[in-house]
Design a protein around this ligand. Structure first.
Ligand code: ASP
Length: 330
């Protein structure tokens, strides 16, 4: 029988409430978590890899790169069917999307976690872990890219985001809903994901900044990033991909210095496009040289730009990767 590798990185799934602090901290060992998943031995053999006990907010992009290499090493082995990774839910979508871009394998990779810690009634770690193992064991999960399985829903890492601070149903694919569900240990897929691009790299660019556009924002934050050596800038723009006019000058300066500027929307659904021609509108920005980031969230566009800048810093090459599907006629 082939094995499922489980890489534990930390998160609430490995936490308990500390009596003194009256707050959750890392406490459960990998073995303790696995022992709570009843009947796991009937499903598959597992191999446990301890990557760390990091809360989601302690995760760094450099650790995501390291995790991608550890995962690739496991996927290369004939005796491994696929990989489950446990993770803090706060940055789970960033790590999952990083892995989705960086790992090129037909074998399933599933990222999961829990919203309730081991001290709480209704601790959802074991259920999420068993649904994730079922997902890896399903033949239908091949070639689906990296998946996020929580609350019996199977989502693409490229689409999913954490939407609620507390709810077990927090992970949602805002635009099109989940790819499928896990029902009675069976995985049922209802749709495919959009083709994912793969970017093989051994290095990433850490100095990529993310700015959220708000009414009345000017170029000060953009100038700060430029003056502090940032190599890439992501702007969560307004609506369809527009910014307040006073941001234009900073964007112009960044592009003039060869710093790629990627525009996405602060709206939770939908793509950006160069639809508006007024000052600060998407048309002016694109004519100026900004790159449009499709329907990615700001945090995902940042992860993608960090990886892409590990491979090339030529604005036109970066644009080709980001805008691949944007103007495609079918
Ligand atoms: N704050 C926690 C973390 O990301 C939340 C979780 O894991 O559910 O580590």
């Amino acid at each position: 029988m082939k094995k499922v590798a489980i890489i534990f990185t930390g998160g609430t799934i490995s936490m308990m409430v500390d009596e003194r602090l009256k707050a959750a901290i890392p406490a459960l060992s990998d073995e303790e978590i696995i022992s709570k998943v009843s009947g796991i031995e009937k499903m598959t053999d597992v191999e446990v890899i301890h990557f760390g006990s990091y809360p989601g907010p302690h995760m760094l992009p450099s650790m995501m790169l390291e995790l991608s290499k550890v995962t690739e090493g496991l996927l290369d082995r004939d005796d491994i069917e696929g990989v489950v990774i446990t993770h803090g839910t706060d940055t789970l979508e960033e790590t999952a999307y990083f892995l989705d871009l960086a790992i090129n394998s037909e074998k399933p990779v599933v990222v999961t976690g829990s919203m309730r810690n081991g001290s709480e009634l209704g601790y959802d770690g074991p259920a999420n872990l068993s649904a994730s193992i079922c997902t890896v064991c399903s033949k239908a999960s091949k070639n689906k890219g990296v998946l996020v399985v929580m609350n019996n829903q199977v989502n693409s890492a490229a689409e999913v985001t954490k939407t609620h601070t507390l709810s077990l149903d927090t992970f949602q694919s805002m635009d099109f809903g989940p790819l499928g569900i896990v029902d009675s240990d069976q995985v049922i897929y209802y749709r495919d994901r959009k083709d994912g691009i793969k970017i093989t790299t051994n290095k990433i660019e850490n100095k990529v900044g993310l700015i959220k556009a708000v009414a009345g924002l000017d170029s000060e934050f953009i100038n700060y990033l430029i003056d502090n050596g940032y190599k890439g800038i992501v702007i969560e723009a307004l609506g369809r991909g527009n910014v307040p006019p006073a941001m234009v000058e900073g964007i112009y300066r960044a592009i003039g210095l060869g710093i790629p500027v990627v525009i996405v929307s602060r709206c939770v659904k939908g793509r950006v496009l160069d639809s508006y021609g007024y000052k600060g509108g998407g048309k002016e920005l694109r004519d100026m040289g900004v790159i449009l980031g499709d329907n990615l969230s700001g945090q995902k566009a940042r992860v993608k730009l960090m990886i892409v800048l590990g491979v090339t810093n030529k604005i036109e090459e970066v644009r080709e990767i980001f805008e691949k599907d944007l103007y495609k006629k079918i």
